[in-house]
Design a binder for this molecule. Structure first.
Ligand SMILES: NC(=O)c1ccc[n+]([C@@H]2O[C@H](COP(=O)([O-])OP(=O)(O)OC[C@H]3O[C@@H](n4cnc5c(N)ncnc54)[C@H](OP(=O)(O)O)[C@@H]3O)[C@@H](O)[C@H]2O)c1
Length: 162
């Protein structure tokens, strides 16, 4: 059996998760939290973002941030983004950056969990219907280091236990 990937200190995942683990309904997010969208923007601004092709389809290229889109399609491309054909390739492209954000979606969060050193989780006080979920945050591997409650949600930081 091959070794699990080693966590990378520059890799954080940023996500908004409902109480039932739902993060999306296939195309879009099941809620609209403008304060959280502003938090996402100011947190990620100036840093590279790694995302799955379906998440790119739902949000497009965001200004001020390098976007690396992961796809298995070798003829895929879009203006303003860089393309990678695996998660390790995407992370290698941003290895020199001090801080990198994995921004989803469900498939990419699952694959990126072993690489991440930090999780920035917006816990949304809702339990919507949705087919896309965030992987479980194992308390043996992650410790909550900050929590900021807001109306309808909370910003929670997890750091990987060393
Ligand atoms: N709540 C949040 O914070 C949040 C954040 C982001 C996204 N979302 C939601 O999540 C949903 C999208 O998530 P998703 O799981 O459906 O899709 P996704 O993770 O965004 O993208 C999946 C796509 O990534 C590519 N891919 C995945 N693994 C790969 C690999 N190992 N090698 C090469 N390419 C790979 C494939 O693209 P190809 O099909 O092109 O090959 C695959 O179809 C949407 O509903 C979105 O709104 C929520």
């Amino acid at each position: 059996m091959s070794e699990p990937p080693a966590p990378l200190p520059n890799v954080a995942m940023i996500v908004a998760v409902a109480r039932n683990g739902v993060i999306g309904d296939g195309h879009t997010m099941p809620w609209h939290l403008s304060e959280d969208l502003r938090f996402f923007k100011r947190t990620t601004m100036g840093h590279p973002m790694v995302m799955g092709r379906r998440t790119f389809d739902s949000m497009g290229a965001l200004p001020g941030r390098r976007s690396i889109v992961i796809t298995r399609q070798h003829d895929w491309g879009a203006p303003g983004v860089e393309v990678a054909h695996s998660l390790p390739d995407a992370l290698a492209m941003v290895a020199g950056d001090e801080q990198v954000f994995v921004v989803g979606g469900g498939e990419i969060y699952r694959q990126a969990m072993p690489y991440a050193a930090r999780l920035l989780v917006t816990e949304v006080d809702q339990s919507p219907e949705g087919s896309v979920t965030f992987p479980p945050i194992d308390p043996q591997e992650w410790v909550e280091t900050a929590r900021e409650p807001r109306p309808g949600f909370a910003w929670v930081t997890y750091e990987r236990r060393s």
